[in-house]
Design a protein around this ligand. Sequence first.
Ligand code: SAH
Length: 350
Amino acid sequence: MNKIDIRSYSYGELQEWCEQIGEKKFRATQIYDWLHVKLAESFAEMSNLPKSLRQKLNDKCECTTLKIVDVQISKIDGTRKYLFELPDSNIIESVWMEYKHGNSVCTSSQVGCRMGCSFCASTIDGLVRGLMPSEMLEQIYQIQKHTGKRVSNVVVMGSGEPFDNYDNLIAFIKILTDEHGLHISQRNITVSTCGIVPNIKKFADEQLAVTLALSLHASNNDKRKKLMPVANKYSLDEVIEACDYFYNKTGRRVTFEYSLVGGINDTDRDASELVSMLKGKNCHINLIPVNPIKERKFVQSDRKVIENFKNKLEKSGINVTIRREMGRDIDGACGQLRKRYMQSKKVKEE
Ligand code: SAH
C-alpha cells in the first residue's frame, strides 16, 4: 500500500482524514502545526500526540522531507543556492536571497522541464516529473531551518513550469498561505509562467492575491517562437489577452519578464514593438540580463544596450526595472547547479 503524503494535505483535508481514522478534529490542528509550523521531520517528534496516534501516522503516512546535499553561499551578497535530494533520489535546486524588505526563496516546481526555452538550463534534459506540494513546501521549510531566518517572500521561478504542474501548485500555495501554517501572505508570492494560456485563465479564476509573472522575452511571434517553443502553441495576442483577463479578474498588476539576449531581442526595434504591445497597461517589466549557459552560445547584452532599452520603455511611461543579479559568483542561472551536480555524479559512477 502506498503511504499517504500527509504534508501535501490541506488543513481541511487533514481534518477530514483525522475524522475518518476516528481521531478528534483538534488532532488535525496539532499535526498541521507540527508539519507546517514546527517543521517536523518525523512523526516521532510530535510529542503532544498520544503514542498510538504517532504509531498510526507512521504506519499509514510518509513525513516527506528533503535532504540538503549542497549549499553554495555567495561572497558578494549572501545569496545561497541549495541542492536538495527528494525521497525518490531526484535532485532539485532552490535559491535563498536576502533583501531589505525580507527574505525570499526561489522554488522549483518540477524536476527538469519540458518547455524547451532555448536559453534555459533546466530544460536541457527534459522533464522528469512534477513536484508534490510537500516537496515544494519543504524547499522553503528546510531553508528556513538552515538559515534560522523567516522566509517572507516566495517566487516560483526555479526549475520547471508551474502551470505544467497546476493542481500541485495550487495546493502548495493554499498550504503555504494557510493561517494554521507558515501563513505567508499571498501578496508575497509570485508565480512565473512561460505562458500556458488556459492555465493563466484558470489561475485568475482561483481568486488568489498572488502575483503573476509572464515570461515574454520577445515582442513578436517569430522571435518568441525561436526562443520559446510554447509560442508555437499560443500566440502573443492570446498570451497578452490571458494576462489582461488575470488583471481584470484579480486587480493585480502582471509582471512581464524579458531576458535580454545580446543581439537577439535587445534592439531598438524590439523595444519599440514592446512599447506598442504594452503601452497603457498597468503592468511592470522586469529586464533580466541573460545568464549565459555553457550548452548554448547566448551572450549578455552590453550594459549600455540594457540601459538604452530600459530608457526607451521608461520614456513611454512603462514601469520597468532591471533585475539585480544575485549570487553572481555561484552557479547563476536556474538549473545550472543541478546540472553540474548530476554530471559530476555521473562521472563518479562511471
Ligand atoms: N517556467 C517558468 C519559470 C522559469 S524561471 C517560466 O518560464 O516563467 C524564471 C525566469 O527566468 C523565466 O522568465 C525564464 O525564462 C528565465 N530564465 C531561464 N533561464 C534563464 C537564463 N539563462 N538567463 C536569463 N533568464 C532565464
